[in-house]
Design a protein around this ligand. Structure first.
Ligand code: 4H3
Length: 248
């Protein structure tokens, strides 16, 4: 998958050279091409922004500079995304949808923003990573690249994204590893039983329980099986459990 990032701060994207995304780049599963908007300045001082018409604080990125930057990477298949607090909120289903695209162009603003005319001309879609304002679109672009890349074949080990509960609309079940006893706390017995069917059932119940306790809003958005509904009723009738004791 091809990501072209239009930014004034390409060096910020060093973060993507680490860990799983770094490996994905090395393997050529994804390609992250960073284009410095400043390289398309028409000015001998490399100026890219100017004061806003109508007055007010801050600087606005000039439309012609952004347009030329865009033209240097555009293809017929490209989808252009502007990272913006005004965009549609990024969630797991949007992430999955974007991962099916061949070419994404991510436009990152800085300062007060970008001249509206070039946004209207080139942007297909505005996306926000949450209801807060950042100094630039770079961190949101990195969040998008990371979350989308996880769905590219070969980036994670087979099945990881299908199994993970958030893609089914639920929170994850708790995980445990050695030692078997930590500070007096035992690992739930069932996980040591080797009985995979029972373990799957227990994990599903923990996912439902976690979601009910921490994000019950998510339960309204998904299709639960009759078995899930039964288990949820069971959970609601159980004695409240102290966090971390894992009795059920
Ligand atoms: C995205 C971008 C928050 C988000 C952003 C988000 C700087 C947009 C500039 C940049 C404009 C002024 N902040 N929540 N900031 O995803 O280009 O807002």
């Amino acid at each position: 998958m091809q990501f072209d990032v239009l930014t004034l701060f390409p060096e910020m994207f060093e973060v993507l050279n680490e860990s799983i995304i770094g490996k994905a780049k090395e393997k050529g599963l994804i390609n992250v091409n960073l284009i410095n908007i400043r390289d398309f300045s028409k000015n001998k001082h490399k100026k890219v922004d100017d004061t806003p018409y109508g007055g007010g604080a801050g600087m606005v990125l000039m439309p012609d500079v952004v347009y030329d930057t865009y033209k240097s990477v555009k293809t017929d298949k490209a989808r252009v995304i502007y990272m913006s607090p005004q965009g549609k909120k990024l969630d797991q289903s949007k992430v999955e949808e974007l991962s099916k695209q061949e070419h994404l162009i991510l436009l990152c603003g800085h300062y007060e923003g970008i001249d509206q005319r070039v946004i209207d001309k080139i942007v297909d879609e505005e996306i926000s990573i949450g209801d807060y304002v950042l100094t630039g679109g770079e961190l949101p672009a990195m969040v998008l690249i990371d979350s989308v890349s996880r769905y590219i074949e070969g980036v994670l080990k087979e099945g990881s994204t299908k199994e993970e509960s958030f893609s089914q609309g639920l929170l994850e079940y708790p995980q445990y590893t050695r030692p078997e006893i930590f500070e007096g706390q035992q690992v739930p017995e069932i996980l040591l039983s080797g009985h995979h069917q029972n373990i799957d059932k227990w994990r599903r119940k923990q996912s439902l329980k976690m979601t009910l306790e921490k994000r019950s809003d998510l339960l309204d958005k998904i299709n639960l099986s009759d078995e899930d509904k039964k288990v949820l009723e069971e959970i609601k009738n159980e004695v409240p459990n102290k966090v971390g004791t894992a009795r059920n």
